[in-house]
Design a binder for this molecule. Structure first.
Ligand SMILES: CC(C)(COP(=O)(O)OP(=O)(O)OC[C@H]1O[C@@H](n2cnc3c(N)ncnc32)[C@H](O)[C@@H]1OP(=O)(O)O)[C@@H](O)C(=O)NCCC(=O)NCCS
Length: 169
């Protein structure tokens, strides 16, 4: 597959017009079955509700746009319980053919900046111990390891440890 220079990929906030492609991109990464908690895609109506909610609440939700093709995303969902609502939970992914070219880092930094501007004080995430690439990216932008849920993930009879990481803004 031919992909454009990473510098031509635009990092921008998601819009309702992106919902269908957002659903496709998340589904593609989920179906790799290695990186995310869900291993099947969400139905379109659930993806649409997710995006609509983020837009309504002002949650950071950015996409990487390669000339009209959505190739990655990063979202930070504010916690709803009042005592935790200064924090948000981060999720992200980039299509396989676009990885390793700086797009994930640009998505992550844009989302963190948006979270800071929106008054978030803390961003949390969990990452599987086998996912060294993602953990390296999170460390690079300042996330700290806060703990590990040993054998916290089990898929197809195989365990993985789940690292909790957080960034204080
Ligand atoms: C994790 C992910 C979002 C990173 O996005 P990316 O575009 O591939 O990453 P980038 O090219 O921006 O790389 C940024 C940093 O990530 C780390 N990184 C990237 N590729 C790496 C690799 N193959 N091995 C180790 N670290 C790597 C490095 O720290 C890199 O910085 P550097 O280039 O200065 O060394 C992407 O690889 C992905 O979608 N993976 C599958 C889904 C996933 O893991 N989501 C997160 C679940 S917690």
């Amino acid at each position: 597959m031919v992909v454009t220079a990473a510098s031509e990929v635009v990092i921008r906030p998601i819009t309702v017009a992106d919902i269908e492609q957002f659903c496709e991109v998340t589904t593609a990464v989920m179906r790799e079955r290695r990186y995310l908690a869900f291993v099947e895609g969400f139905p379109l109506d659930e993806a649409a509700a997710f995006v609509a909610r983020n837009l309504r609440l002002g949650n950071p939700h950015w996409v990487a746009d390669d000339r009209g093709r959505i190739v990655g995303w990063c979202d930070i969902r504010r916690e709803t319980i009042p005592v935790y609502a200064h924090a948000g939970h981060l999720g992200m992914g980039v299509l396989r053919d676009y990885r390793g070219r700086g797009i994930g880092e640009r998505l992550l930094r844009a989302s963190i900046d948006a979270a800071r501007a929106a008054g978030f004080e803390r961003i949390e995430l969990s990452v599987y111990s086998r996912n060294e690439r993602a953990a390296a990216l999170y460390r690079k932008v300042g996330f700290a390891h806060e703990g590990t849920r040993v054998r916290g993930k089990k898929l197809d009879g195989e365990y993985d440890d789940v690292h909790m990481m957080a960034l204080l803004l």
